[in-house]
Design a protein around this ligand. Structure first.
Ligand SMILES: [Zn+2]
Length: 393
């Protein structure tokens, strides 16, 4: 994995690679606002996995009712030719990725995106995202659906990973919230008055969105626990415990698959970020992080012209593969409580959590995560404090 990533990013400085890994892997609440959701041509829709999405979705909706969070959805339309009009149908679009510039005038893909191609605006970033709450609409990337449905195996199926991803998005529908993490860099126009710039920085620190993500994950976890012991997730050949372990393994494999795809695709930062967001030593001393936070806030507030790019709110928000792994970790104690009767075969995991990452990269991920979290924390304390400009040159 390390070699693969580094090979593909030949010529990119290491710190940029690390940073992009940290937050450019978008999450399920990623990407598009309703105003930015273009109409999808039929040629961009993939219906090959409808037979797995449909029952998984229905099962998840039923489970939401059981856990006391009923959803106002009575039917699901996958890739409908026109938006449903009854107000109770969830429209699901499974969109084929296309390269930016790799489409014809009607939006149809003219070629398969190459590894380093940025994707076009119709492509879905971050797996799946709720694109409309009023008229309920979910969009998923077809490659994401395929990775989650296969979850490390050859053939797609109704996997627990697919259940997780769809449950998470249903959680956002229950909150009546759109996906809102762009998962990309945001830009501040430095020419604005300082008060306006401060307002933008403060909005970026708003923890509400992160709480909503955690809530959506908490609901998904409840649903996973509720359903993992029953068909189609229960593997009848294995003991109860072994079957849950097998599902944990598949979640880990889906996380790896997703990470690999994202490491290849749409990965290059379109604009350089402020240098505070490029950690140069691990672990970074706290005093240095404090200094970097101050430099960033000062450059934004005191600067007179130009633009400063900084990571969007997803900085404090773990990307999909991390959340899948967290689900897997959380399921382990559930598995351990289940019977593993003598005589029943148990499950020998083929994936180790984080198994695809060399220890070095794991270290970098973790340390970058720690750095980013601390930096964000310092920036937010400063911009929400009484003297955001304290110590500025
Ligand atoms: Zn989300």
């Amino acid at each position: 994995m390390i070699a693969e990533v580094y090979d593909m990013r030949r010529g990119l400085p290491c710190h940029l690679l690390i940073i992009t890994l940290a937050w450019f892997l978008t999450d399920t609440a990623g990407a598009q606002s309703p105003a930015a959701t273009p109409k999808i041509s039929g040629c961009r829709l993939d219906s090959s996995n409808n037979k797995f999405i449909q029952p998984t979705m229905e099962r998840a909706i039923d489970a939401y009712a059981v856990i006391g969070k009923p959803l106002a959805i009575t039917s699901i339309a996958i890739n409908p030719p026109a938006p449903s009009t009854d107000g109770k149908t969830l429209d699901v679009y499974v969109v084929i990725d296309a390269a930016k510039g790799g489409t014809d005038p009607s939006g149809c893909a003219t070629r398969v995106p190459r590894d380093t191609d940025p994707i076009d605006p119709i492509s879905v970033r971050g797996g799946c995202v709720i694109t409309s709450v009023e008229h309920m609409e979910l969009r998923c990337s077809s490659s994401a659906v395929s990775i989650f449905a296969k979850a490390g195996r050859k053939e797609p199926r109704e996997s627990l990973a697919l259940l997780y991803v769809l449950s998470h998005e249903l959680g956002h529908l229950h909150q009546k919230r759109l996906g809102e993490y762009a998962g990309r860099a945001e830009r501040i126009d430095i020419g604005q008055p300082p008060a306006a710039k401060l307002e933008i920085l403060r909005a970026s620190c708003d923890p509400v969105s992160t709480k909503m993500e955690e809530e959506a994950d908490a609901s998904s976890f409840e649903i996973l626990v509720k359903l993992v012991g029953a068909p189609p997730y229960r593997d009848p050949i294995l003991s109860e415990r072994g079957s849950v372990y097998s599902n944990i393994d598949q979640l880990a494999l889906a996380a790896d698959g997703w990470q690999k795809l994202n490491a290849r695709r749409d990965f290059i930062s379109p604009q350089p970020l402020h240098k505070a967001f490029e950690p140069t030593e691990f672990p970074t001393p706290v005093a240095q992080i404090e200094k970097n936070a101050r430099a960033f806030v000062c450059d934004v507030l005191k600067g007179k012209r130009g633009q400063v790019s900084y990571p969007g709110r997803s900085i404090s928000h773990p990307p999909m593969e991390q959340r899948l792994r967290r689900m897997a970790e959380q399921l382990k104690p559930v598995a351990d409580k289940l019977p593993a009767k003598a005589g029943d075969p148990n499950f020998a995991p083929v994936a180790v959590l984080y198994g695809d990452l060399g220890p070095v990269l794991t270290f970098i991920y973790r340390e970058t995560g720690v750095y980013m979290e601390t930096l964000q924390d310092r920036i937010c304390t400063r911009v929400n404090g009484p003297r955001p400009e304290a110590g500025c040159p």
